[in-house]
Design a protein around this ligand. Structure first.
Ligand SMILES: NC(=O)c1ccc[n+]([C@@H]2O[C@H](COP(=O)([O-])OP(=O)(O)OC[C@H]3O[C@@H](n4cnc5c(N)ncnc54)[C@H](OP(=O)(O)O)[C@@H]3O)[C@@H](O)[C@H]2O)c1
Length: 231
């Protein structure tokens, strides 16, 4: 039984990761921001009893990360998988001529900086072959970019990719596997209902890719179907 921590787990892809890992018998820690509707997580907790631990954590707050860590430490003996899933798009139309520093900093903070700080905070629980999966986006691929909008989101995911690469270098000797992963364009609040991919398909695809990861793959950028992507 694997021990897995997932951030931003109250809705969207995070919640579906929780569902599918619980379904196959894993032990899951689901983190979410306080004052949220956690009814879906509570329903899962009633169904899976001791297999699901709910822990509030705003990933951008150092206090909140420390409190979450001390709760998680008392519940698990280590982490086999950390999924840094929490993220935000912010203003999709943000483009040259309409850039706002506050907004850009917020998106960078959530999507890139906080993900690497969560990994640092929970690193005491890592062991040999722990897998760190940073949910990134194809929008963060510099070589593939042709759009003229979404400045903050695209750049924040490119920054997340760089943080992930550096993390993979830093943790390789400990045999920890670290990758950024693109979930596809998926029907969630962020992805909207126009997205072509269902949550259950994206998540089952990503879980299959995560299962098959070895140290050979650390520091590479993959999508939900296991295709390697260009930076
Ligand atoms: N859906 C897609 O098509 C798509 C494509 C590429 C990449 N992604 C990536 O996939 C991940 C999940 O996205 P999604 O589609 O499931 O989006 P979503 O439905 O909007 O869910 C985003 C999750 O992130 C959480 N979050 C945001 N800021 C947070 C913070 N400061 N602290 C803790 N949690 C925070 C949200 O919590 P609240 O409920 O508290 O806001 C929510 O649980 C994101 O990293 C996103 O960039 C999604």
């Amino acid at each position: 039984m694997a021990q897995i921590l997932i951030t931003g787990a109250n809705r969207g892809l995070g919640l579906e990761f929780v569902r599918q890992y619980l379904d196959r018998g894993e032990k899951v820690v689901a983190t979410f921001r306080e004052n949220n509707d956690t009814s879906d997580l509570e329903e899962l907790q009633n169904k899976y009893l001791n297999f699901l631990t709910l822990v509030p954590m705003d990933i951008t707050s150092s206090d909140s990360r420390i409190k979450a860590f001390s709760k998680v430490k008392s519940k698990v003996s280590g982490l086999d998988i950390l999924i840094n899933n929490a993220g935000m798009t912010g203003k999709r139309e943000l483009k040259f001529g309409d850039l706002h520093a506050d907004h850009m900093l917020e998106v960078f903070n959530v999507n890139a900086i906080s993900a690497v700080l969560v990994a640092e905070q929970f690193s005491q629980l890592f062991k040999e072959k722990t897998k760190i999966i940073n949910i990134s986006s194809w929008m963060g691929s510099i070589s593939a970019r042709e759009n003229t909008t979404n400045f903050s989101y695209c750049a924040s995911k490119a920054a997340l990719n760089m943080f992930t690469k550096l993390l993979s270098n830093a943790l390789r000797d400990k045999k920890i596997i670290t990758i950024p992963m693109h979930p596809g364009w998926v029907k969630t609040r962020m992805g909207t209902q126009s997205a072509p991919i269902e949550q259950k398909d994206s998540i089952s695809g990503m879980i299959q890719v995560i299962d098959s990861l070895t140290l050979e793959e650390t520091g590479k950028f993959y999508d939900w179907q296991g295709n390697e992507l260009a930076w």
